[in-house]
Write a protein that binds this ligand. Structure first.
Ligand code: WT7
Length: 694
């Protein structure tokens, strides 16, 4: 036919960098040509035929696949989801996909509800024939080179053994098991062993305090805890077993504690309650028939902070969660056309105490038969080159981390990167918070050699896996934007009244329909689930985030619009920190807001009002910081504590956080209208108080 051969050069600077994915092609916008490419913006480029190299073909393949998925979802959503469900091994294949409703009258989230499967079978057994001797987990300890790897066969055996140990200790389908573990293969083994017998795990981050651990054990009603003697982090030891002992003084429903040896450090074992992992496993048979689970049976509970009250137990179920972690892992990090998933070594640096560790250290990679790294150290030990030294030594090909880590390492200078050969890396990812352009450029240039695509993934504990993210090879990125929704995901921006905003706009980010990885409930409080997420903008799931959509349709997450702050990619509820501070006998009332922080993204700014007649001091600041650490954990430690004579309240007694936020952001001049305050002079006092050392 007639081909318009006017070459259109797609931003060479940007695309030249995308060696494996985006390429410099002579493209012709219009009719004719050989390939039709949709770069995600909805604009079609028809590509003139010429010799393509392997990388280019891989790119066209992925772009085509993404477009085909989107089209299939558009034609018949349920048909699309059932076809995608074929990614998993089911003992009973579902006949229905989405039966969810966001509406108050028939509210509920349900997917594949008549299907049956077992998660551990999908992550292990189904790979044994083809990948039995392939690495599954590559473990890297706190000390460089301290590590080992487990094949799929070995992992399967250990999971079966530990599943038998759980059973022997009275754990059955539906029982809750709390895990308080270092980042060692045993943590993944314990998760998968729970999944094998239908027990529901609740992983508690090892950095949380005994008080936080106790709260979570009590809330989910766990009867067994799995832990280690001690954890190690940057050469320091963390007394995990001691912390468990301390937590169990209050959490009295726990009948057994299984302790693995990590450091060999001293611990006290309580007769009749505590047993050693190694001893118990040595005596256990290494086969264990998997429990058949309904797709909607619970898989795990993971606690996360919200704007009010105590952390919520986010509940994920078997079929939908596994499909979503499996599908998104493949879309975002899967092999290039013509290659196998085992050609890659995938390193997600998240701890399994967070959802990222669940979905992209354990379930997503293992379900896909990938090789996944578990790292039990920290980025700056023994020196700030650790992540790059380890990536080079292990031959990591895909590296996924949080912007806060990138910023922290960027500050240490390039001399920690340059000695290491990072040529094995082909793809980079980020998660947890918006990435600023400086960090993006540094990551792209210094770590990605100016060639690797950066996959910026927006999601939440509640979403189970990524929802908005570029598909490498198919989506042209813009630094700082998570780009477009994945197939089947329907984000929308709404104004304060819930009206949908069209085109380029900024507003509250909601999702208008369910996706398989959506959380199913707040454990033990279904009403709170509805109230928290579905009552603000009726008929939609409200994420708590604000976002902007630009003229090309790209999404830019602007941050939380509720009272949740994001400290180093970790969620912190201001209410939680406030109630910890309120516990101090000299504190009358505290108000906590986020403040900009160069490395952490956001820091914690606490305004503390003391009882009448009390004076603030450096010593008291220290006491308050210690108190927060004890009640929640080190990640919640306030960066700034300002003692104040009063808090800005409305006449009805509500704290006006807007004012505190502006002060903490150093924008005292932009506070705006304060006429509704009960006592407007408070603001001036707060401003003056900011000059004192904190
Ligand atoms: C909140 C969810 C999802 C795993 C890690 C955090 C923020 C997450 C991005 C991103 C901008 C992001 C949001 C979200 N967030 N990813 N790529 N760009 N913001 O999970 O602890 O449940 O926190 O993290 O504010 O609501 P989480």
């Amino acid at each position: 036919g007639t081909i318009d051969t006017t070459p259109v050069y797609i931003g060479a600077g940007q695309f030249a960098a995308w060696k494996h994915t985006q390429l410099i092609l002579d493209v012709v916008e219009g009719r004719g040509g050989m390939f039709s490419l949709d770069n995600g913006t909805g604009r079609r480029f028809l590509v003139r035929s010429r010799a393509y190299d392997e990388g280019e073909i891989a790119m066209l393949h992925r772009a085509d696949r993404l477009r085909a998925m989107q089209a299939a979802h558009g034609r018949d959503a349920d048909g699309f989801w059932l076809a995608e469900a074929r990614r998993l091994d089911w003992s009973v294949f579902p006949t229905k996909a989405d039966e969810s409703s966001f509406d108050k009258r028939d509210f509920g989230i349900r997917w594949f509800a008549d299907g049956e499967l077992n998660v551990s079978v999908n992550c292990l057994d189904r790979h044994l024939m083809t990948r039995g001797d392939q690495q599954a987990i590559v473990f890297e300890g706190d000390e460089p080179g301290e590590g080992r790897s487990l094949t799929y066969r070995a992992l399967h055996r250990e999971v079966c053994r530990f599943a038998n140990v759980l059973k022997a200790n009275g754990i059955a389908k539906g029982d809750r098991v709390a895990l308080y573990m270092p980042m060692v293969p045993e943590a993944a083994i314990a998760m998968l062993a729970c999944a094998r017998i239908g027990a529901v795990h609740s992983v508690v981050f090892g950095g949380f305090s005994p008080e936080s651990l106790a709260d979570r054990i009590i809330d989910c009603g766990a009867t067994l805890v799995v832990t280690a003697d001690e954890g190690t982090r940057g050469g320091k030891r963390i007394p995990l077993k001691d912390n468990v002992d301390c937590a169990l003084e209050r959490a009295s429903g726990v009948r057994s504690v299984i302790v693995m040896r990590r450091t060999g450090g001293p611990v006290s074992m309580r007769e009749g309650r505590d047993i050693w992992w190694e001893k118990a496993c040595a005596a256990a048979p290494d086969d264990c028939a998997p429990e058949t689970m309904n797709a909607e049976d619970p898989l795990f509970i993971l606690y996360t902070s919200g704007s009010t009250g105590k952390p919520k137990g986010v509940l994920h179920t078997t079929g939908g969660y596994l499909l979503w972690s499996t599908l998104t892992y493949d879309l975002l990090f899967g092999p290039e056309h013509g290659r196998d998933v085992s050609d890659d070594l995938f390193w997600c640096t998240a701890d399994i105490g967070w959802i990222t560790g669940h979905s992209y250290v354990v379930y997503g990679p293992l379900s896909n038969g990938a090789r996944t790294v578990m790292f039990d150290g920290v980025p700056n030990y023994p020196d700030p080159g650790r992540l790059w030294e380890t990536s080079a030594r292990l031959g990591v090909t895909i590296f996924y981390t949080a912007p806060t880590a990138i910023r922290a390492l960027m500050r240490e200078g390039d001399r920690w990167v340059t000695p290491h050969d990072l040529s094995s890396i082909r793809l980079l990812g980020t998660v947890g918070e918006p990435i600023n352009p400086e960090a993006w450029d540094w990551y792209h240039e210094r770590i990605g050699r100016g060639e690797c695509p950066i996959v910026d993934t927006w999601w939440q504990t509640e979403t189970g896996g990524a929802l908005i993210a570029p598909v490498p090879g198919a989506t042209a990125t813009k630094p700082g934007s998570a780009t477009f929704p994945l197939p089947g995901v329907s984000p929308e921006l709404v104004d304060g009244e819930g009206h949908a905003l069209a085109g380029a706009a900024e507003g509250n980010l909601v999702l208008t329909r369910s996706w398989p990885g959506q959380m199913r409930t707040v454990f033990g409080d279904h009403e709170r689930f509805f109230q928290t997420y579905f009552s603000t903008f009726p008929g939609t799931y409200f994420t708590g985030d604000g976002a902007r959509r630009d003229a090309d349709g790209y999404f830019w997450i602007t941050g939380r619009v509720d009272d949740v702050i994001n400290v180093s990619g970790h969620r912190m509820g201001t209410a939680e920190v406030e109630s910890a501070l309120d516990m101090h006998e000299l504190v009358s009332e505290a108000a906590v807001v986020g403040m900009p922080h160069d490395v952490k993204g956001q820091g914690i700014y606490a305004f503390v009002m003391l009882n009448a007649g009390e004076e603030g001091s450096e010593a008291l600041r220290g006491e308050l910081r210690t108190l927060v650490r004890k009640e929640i954990g080190p990640i919640a430690t306030p960066d700034v504590i300002q003692f104040v004579p009063g808090l800005p309240k409305t006449r009805s007694g509500k704290i006006m956080r807007r004012i505190l936020r502006k002060l903490a952001e150093g924008q005292a001049d932009q506070i705006g209208d304060i006429s509704t305050l009960a006592d407007p002079t408070v603001v001036q006092q707060l401003r003056e108080g900011m000059n004192e050392p904190a």
